[in-house]
Design a protein around this ligand. Structure first.
Ligand SMILES: Cc1ncc(COP(=O)(O)O)c(C=O)c1O
Length: 386
């Protein structure tokens, strides 16, 4: 029977995980296994079979089955007072798939796409799949700088997309300030650049309300928002969504493989509709918010220099002067702890040489306390001895 601790050796043929004996790895942006709702999901699948019968197992509606699309539109409208409609909602196989679909639909090879800097590193290969030219946007500690971005847009000529994770970002855990959100939306609308807002972490908020989405500020015009159940429920479901103008949703639904396949993940989408409408979703998210908050606190208490993010799964640590992320990594691993060095989150590895990303999602609080203590000790020793 599967256990509830992080996967051991031998599971590599089943899951995406590399077990390294003796190392507490703060590199993985994966959920704590014990927080995956194994029993609740089994009940949702049984309920979907009971409630939808054969309809759960045949070809689905291209944009996603009505029960999930309707719930999502209501849920997203409840999260931020502001309407997201079913006609603006398309069900995907996760946020990665959403990003690939949007890029495929709105760009052609050779087009210019802007990315936040630093940004979620695994989007680089997704964009490479589509042959677009990536350019980093000017950013500072608060994220994208709209004034510098306006200058860049003037120099670059036609830009199709601007991708960013403005809320509880990966890797920084930070959120773009309110006035920059407004300025960015206005700039993108004026310059006719579609903003792709990766809103993966919105619901994992620990302190206060999450900031308004760009999607909401733009009232649906010129912003495509992508969301996912990977962090709130489970990544293995491969289930997420796109919010976009209804014309874009219609084009997505008309894509050859979407239409031919009857949606992209119909049975899981209907099981999610059951999970959501039964109240299990809200209950589960409330529970994991509390747990991830405890995990965040355990890590940031053990590494007091680490910022305490208000949401998401990551903290972005600035190293003391003279300590470089790449050098620290091998020392840290010899001391039984690992992380992802900052340059990994920049195009061509160019930037954040003095930063590291620490994830608090994958390990329980007691283990995070030990991992954090090992890291703090390694940083102090590196600083002392160079
Ligand atoms: C910002 C961001 N976007 C997208 C993803 C991938 O999400 P999904 O599992 O829904 O494809 C992640 C996962 O780490 C992420 O951090």
């Amino acid at each position: 029977m599967a256990g509830d601790t992080p996967a051991g050796a031998g599971l590599a043929s089943i899951i995406q995980f590399e077990h390294r004996p003796g190392i507490l790895d703060l590199g993985w942006g994966h959920p704590l296994p014990a927080l995956l709702p194994v029993d609740g999901w089994a009940r949702a699948v049984a309920a979907a079979s009971r409630d939808f019968g054969w309809q759960a197992l045949t070809y689905g509606r291209s944009a996603g089955p009505g029960p999930l699309v309707d719930w999502l539109a209501e849920h997203l409208s409840r999260l931020e007072a502001g309407g997201t409609t079913p006609r603006q909602t398309f069900v995907t196989a996760g946020a990665s798939h959403a990003l690939s679909l949007v890029t495929g639909l709105l760009t052609k090879p050779g087009d210019t796409v802007l990315v936040d800097s630093p940004t979620y590193h695994l989007v680089f290969p997704i964009f490479a799949d589509h042959g677009v030219r990536l350019v980093s946007v000017p950013a500072d500690d608060d994220g994208v700088d709209p004034v510098a971005l306006a200058g860049l847009l003037g120099r670059l000529g036609r830009v199709r997309l601007l991708y960013l994770v403005p809320t509880f970002g990966n890797p920084t855990g930070r959120s773009l300030p309110a006035e920059r959100r407004q300025a960015l939306v206005r700039l993108a609308q004026r310059e006719r650049v579609t903003v792709v807002e990766d809103d993966t972490y919105r619901e994992l908020v620990y302190d206060g309300p999450a900031p308004p989405s760009l999607w909401r500020l733009a009232e649906g015009s010129g912003v495509v928002r992508i969301g996912t159940f990977s962090k709130t429920v489970a990544p293995g479901l491969r289930l997420g969504w796109i919010n976009a103008d209804p014309a874009v949703v219609r084009r997505l639904a008309g894509l050859g493989y979407v239409d031919s396949g009857g949606g992209v993940n119909h049975a899981a989408a209907l099981a999610m509709a059951s999970f959501a409408t039964s109240g299990a979703y809200d209950e589960h998210v409330a529970k994991i918010r509390g747990e991830y908050r405890r995990q965040r606190d355990a890590l940031t208490t053990a590494v007091p220099q680490a910022p305490v993010p208000a949401g998401g799964w990551f903290t972005w640590l600035r190293l003391p002067p003279g300590v470089r992320a790449a050098d620290l990594l091998s020392r840290a691993e010899r001391n039984g702890v690992s992380f992802v060095p900052g340059p990994r989150f920049h195009l061509d590895g160019n930037g954040s040489a003095d930063r590291i990303r620490l994830s608090f999602s994958h390990l329980p609080p007691e283990t995070l306390a030990v991992a954090g203590a090992r890291l703090a000790e390694t940083i102090a020793a590196t600083e002392a001895h160079g």
